[in-house]
Structure formats: C-alpha cells, structure tokens
Design a protein around this ligand. Structure first.
Ligand code: CTP
Ligand code: CA
Length: 552
C-alpha cells in the first residue's frame, strides 16, 4: 500500500518545471494532498504493512537499547567515589631536605600511575648531614614542613598516613667520616618524626643502589611505562620493545645512572638488579658515584687544583677557569679537605685559606674537570670511569635533580625543539665567558651560591655525560631533562614509597582490560554502528521514492 507522499514531494520538487507534465504532476499532487488532508480530518489513517510495523517497532526498541547501553556504560562502570590515601616521604639530601606528600585513590592502590604528588615543602637550612656539630637540631629543622603536611592531609587520616625519611649521599659521607655523629643526626630526626601525628615508618640512610633503582622506578611509573593493559599490552607483546626509560640523577654529593641494557651480562653483578613488576621481568643496571654529585665534584676539583699548584703558588690565591671573571670566593682549606671525597689529598699547606679568582674560561674548565674521571683502567668489556662497569647505553634517559636545575637555568631543556650537543656546548661556553658583575645584575633574583656555580655545573654535566658515560652527539638527543612528570617531581622518593607500601605488585592485578574511557568509547562506537545498520536495513525495506528515482 502507498503511503501519503504529499509533503515529501513538495520538499524534493525540482524547481523550474513549466511543461504539461508539470501541470499534470501538480494536479496529481493537489489531488493526493486533498485526499491526505481529508483522511487526516476524518481520522482515517493510511494502513501500514506488517513488515513495516515490525520494522518500526524493532527500530524503536533498538534506539531504546542503544540509549540503555550508553547509560549503563556511563553509570555502571564509572569510577567509585574517591577514597583518598596519603603518604609522606622526606628526601634528606646532602644540600637540603625536601618533604613530599603523595595521594592516591584507595581502591586503585595497585594500578600504575595513580599516585601523585600533592605537596612539596623545602626544609629551611642545610641538609641533615650539615648538623654534625649540633646533631640535636637536625630533627627540629623538619618541624615546619611536618606542620605543612598536617594541613594538607585531613586530620582523621593523620594516624594512618605513613611517613618515611631516606637520607642520601650527605649522610653516607658523614657516616664514613663520623659514624656516631651520623647516628645522632638520625636519632634526632626519628624523635621529631615520631612526635608528628603520622604513622612513622623509619628514617635511614638509603644505599646508592636503592637511590638509582627508586629513581628509575619513579620516572617509569610516572611515564606510564609499566602500564600493560588493553592496547598497550597488545602492542608490547607484538613488538617486544624495551619500553622503559633510563634514569640520570645528579645530587650535591652523588650521582646515579640506571637503565635496562640491551644485552644481559654478568660481568659486574653488583651493578645488576632484578625486578618483577606488573607481570614483567626487568634486569636493570645501576651505579651510584659517591663524591660525583656537583658540590663534591667541585670540592674534588678545587682540592686537585690546590694540590697541583701549591709549588707554583706565590700566595694562597688560585685562578679558577670554572668561575666567571671578576668572581671571588674564599674557602677554608681545612673545610675543603674534611670530606672523604677530598681527604686523600695532601694535608699540609702553608696557608689556611684559599682565595679563588674566576677566569671564565670554559675550555680550560673542561680540561680541569676531566682530571676527575680516570679512564685509564677498565677491568670489564666497557667502563664509565674509575674502573666501573658500564654496559653500552640503551634507549631514552630522563635526567633530573641538578641535571634539570642547571640545564633549565641555561635554557637547554626544550623538548619541542631538542638542542644539539654542539649548541649546548656553545651556550655554556658563552655563559662562562660573561663577567660576574653582568651575570649578577641580570640574574639578581637567583641565589648567589647557585648562580656563581652554573658555569662550573654546566661544564661538569657535559664532562660527566660526554667523558664519563660517553654520550655522543648522536645519542645526546635521547636525554630528556625533566623536573616534574605531571604534578610529581622526578626523583627517588616516589619509587621508595611505592615499594615500601607494596604498591607495585609483581604480577599484573586482575582488572578490566580496558580503561573506563576506552570502554565507554567502544560502547558508543558499537551503538552508532548498530544504528547505522538498522537505518540501512530500514531504507532497504522502505525504498523511499527519492532513492528509487535517484533524486537524492
Ligand atoms: N635551583 C637550584 C636548586 C639546586 N641547585 C643545586 O643542585 C644541587 C642539589 O641537587 P639535589 O638533587 O637537591 O641534591 P641533594 O639531594 O641535596 O644531594 P644528594 O642527592 O647528593 O644527597 C646542589 O648543588 C644545589 O646547589 C641548583 O643549582 N639550582
Ligand atoms: Ca638527591
């Protein structure tokens, strides 16, 4: 049976018809229109075939089903109301202590990438190893930052919030130099942390290996490299790619290099760590160089220079190419030689103070620094320096802490347009050549201690990466200088907490293969396809005139 076509014919009517056929067409149309109108007025509806009725009902039900499907996808599978947990880690570094507050949704504890930093507090004053002469003051120095954490974390959760303190190279050196002072510092720190309203979980010196490993875990966790669900899992299993990033950490007193090498080698087992994370095995190379953080490296350099030049020195002043021209600094020789990093040097000098005068000569500075890296003896197939095993460099590296502070100051961290090594060198060279009075005026807002050392630090970073680890022009681009990843600082603290709270499972936790977003997206896509198919079927059965005549 024919349906009422009046209005549709009007809509699709081709303009400009004036022939006899048009007139007859118009007559037919007006007759149909009148019939249709009469039917509507008298209430007699045109009859539909059963097939069409069923199709219409089916179409209506399908539309309902699609709406229901989307509604269920959005509501049923949406993340539950957030129940937040907190954790605190204090990074007791050689130059200063930082307190970090992390938070994560309780029900997602074992997922990757859910923990994030919500607060950072810089402790006033020196690092805790700087309290060796007033050990009882080390703990109280942390009080202000602990109070800040109390404000960030809801009070009803204070008791269940774990607090950890990890001390790094400054305390490693102090414990080599004066074990009892180091113990007293740790006791003082423990006393303060126990008196805070949180759940004290320990204050200890972490090893260089742990520092390297936890830094590597942190950045790979934050970069989502351990995530192995859904499409990424499929991709990884197809390609078997090395999906982790290496970690380069530069502190004040030590530096670490950590990465997954290409080939397995048991040449130096003390440098290898084995992890099973989220169902995957990782064999990681790590090494921590004590005394090669940038402050201790400068001390080493000054002590070496002092020793080398005493015979030719007329007075106690020393020209230093790593400081800007016009810069002057006085240092106590006994302080300089106190550190275990410099104590092997000759002790007797005819003067007690050293007057340093800057020369601002980058090339000379590099040659000077080079002496810190002994490349003569390597008992393994390949070495970094000082006879330490280093497998061939592999993959991308995230470089953080002082690597980032220094390169960021020098404007050399751009990720959008990666800067070539020769450009990096020339930038540092011209920065070193600037006279101190000019640098001080231009960067008056920066602490003098930092500012005066950026020339040395830039040169030291290049020496360490180029001469020490043998990065070249080619793989330089694989180093990414990063301060934060998302809201979290790159550093060892997050990895340390993840490990101690058992938040990184060895096996992949069972869960939906798709994220909520991908699931909803897939549902919507399927629904749209379903609607399109139904529409197509309807059009096939219905065969509207416009399609039959090829008007549309
Ligand atoms: N804006 C900044 C902040 C810090 N620094 C320097 O960076 C080094 C400290 O780096 P950091 O990673 O904080 O070292 P620590 O953790 O204190 O030392 P370590 O890890 O060796 O214990 C210090 O030399 C400090 O002078 C800098 O040049 N510019
Ligand atoms: Ca550090």
């Amino acid at each position: 049976m024919e349906m009422w076509h009046g209005p549709r014919e009007q809509i699709f009517r081709t303009p400009g018809l004036s022939s006899a056929s048009e007139k007859s067409h118009m007559r037919t149309w007006s007759r149909r229109w009148e019939q249709g109108w009469a039917k509507a007025v008298t209430g007699t509806k045109p009859k539909m075939s059963w097939t069409r009725k069923i199709l219409l009902i089916l179409g209506f039900l399908s539309a309902l089903a699609v709406i229901a499907l989307i509604a269920v996808a959005v509501t049923q599978n949406k993340p539950l109301l957030k129940n937040i947990k907190y954790g605190i880690v204090l990074d007791a570094g050689s130059s200063h202590t930082n307190l970090y507050v992390y938070e994560w949704p309780a029900e997602k504890e074992n997922d990757t990438g859910v923990v994030q930093q919500v607060e950072e507090c810089k402790v006033e004053g020196p690092g805790i190893s700087g309290y060796s002469h007033a050990t009882e003051k080390a703990g109280p120095s942390l009080a202000q930052c602990l109070r800040q954490a109390e404000e960030v974390i809801p009070s009803k959760q204070h008791q269940e919030t774990p607090v950890y303190l990890g001390a790094t190279a400054g305390m490693r050196l102090l414990s080599l130099q004066n074990k009892s002072a180091a113990d007293k510092v740790l006791s003082s720190v423990e006393k303060t942390l126990r008196s805070a309203p949180f759940n004290f979980q320990g204050a200890r010196i972490i090893s260089g290996q742990e520092e390297g490993a936890y830094g590597w875990i942190t950045i790979n966790y934050l970069l989502g490299n351990f995530k192995q669900s859904g499409w990424t899992k499929l991709l990884h299993s197809l390609k078997s790619i090395s999906e982790t990033s290496g970690a380069l950490d530069l502190g004040g007193a030590s530096t670490q290099i950590t990465f997954v090498p290409n080939e397995l080698s048991s040449e130096s087992p003390e440098n290898l760590l084995y992890f099973r994370l989220y169902g995957k095995d990782y064999l990681v190379y790590t090494h921590s160089f004590l005394c090669y953080g940038k402050d201790q490296a400068l001390q080493q350099k000054l002590a070496t220079d002092l020793e080398a030049s005493t015979s030719t020195m007329e007075n106690s002043s020393l020209l230093d190419p790593c400081f800007h021209q016009g810069y002057q600094r006085t240092i106590n020789i006994s302080d300089l030689l106190k550190s275990p990093c410099t104590s092997a040097k000759k002790k007797q000098f005819p003067f007690s103070q050293l007057y340093i005068q800057g020369e601002g000569d980058y090339q000379k500075c590099r040659r000077n620094i080079q002496k810190l890296f002994n490349k003569t003896n390597c008992p393994y197939s390949s070495c970094s320096f000082n006879g330490i095993y280093l497998p061939p460099l592999q993959g991308d590296f995230g470089a953080f802490s002082a690597f980032y502070f220094v390169m960021n100051f020098l404007n050399l961290t751009s990720e959008q347009s990666p800067i070539a090594l020769d450009k990096v060198t020339s930038t540092i060279e011209s920065f070193c050549a600037r006279p101190w009075h000019e640098v001080k005026t231009v960067y008056h807002q920066i602490k003098e201690k930092y500012l005066s050392e950026y020339c040395f630090s830039g040169a030291y970073i290049l020496s360490l990466l180029e001469n020490g680890y043998e990065f070249t022009e080619k793989n330089w681009q694989r180093i990414h200088f990063l301060g934060k990843i998302g809201s979290s600082d790159a550093g060892w603290t997050l990895g340390y907490m993840l490990n101690l709270t058992n938040m990184i499972p060895a096996e992949e936790p069972a869960g939906p293969p798709l994220s909520h977003g991908s699931y909803v997206g897939l549902m919507v896509l399927c629904s749209l396809v379903l609607v399109a198919v139904l529409l197509f079927v309807w059009l096939l059965f219905h065969k509207p005139k416009c399609l039959q005549k090829g008007i549309v």
